[in-house]
Design a protein around this ligand. Sequence first.
Ligand code: ZN
Length: 163
Amino acid sequence: MAGLEDLYREIILDHYRSPRNRGELAVPPAHKVEGFNPLCGDEVVLYLELDPDSDTVTDIKIGGQGCSISQASTSMMSAAIKGKPAAEVRQLIRAFKALMSIHESKLEGEGDGSDLAAELAGVRLGDLEALQGVVKFPVRIKCATLAWNALQQGLEDIETADA
Ligand code: ZN
């Protein structure tokens, strides 16, 4: 499916060249979280703003630098979660990580990933599916998941602070 791969490459390059939601937010009310991938030298900085009443991601800004996969994934993540309820964002995090690890477990010969496929059921990843091509290069999976791990950390930090 060369056509689909070309389309995916275009989506990734577009986000890399024109990252969405780049910038900073005032802390507080926003929460800042950073992530680092030592394997590749990728850095991400996220500014997350949640409305506590509606439990919705009202705003997100991104910063950092790194390879095209890490930067495109961060941009795509920010576009995918902005304005979404936190519960939906958590579902998206699980689905995205499942998308990455299904292929990882196949590569490592650990079953067919059907448990993980259940996580993906009913979640629309949209453009994010473009990133599944990176699983052919296992070393790049950490580049793609970096922003998502930072996002998960940020949500957990905010919950802990609210408790
Ligand atoms: Zn990288």
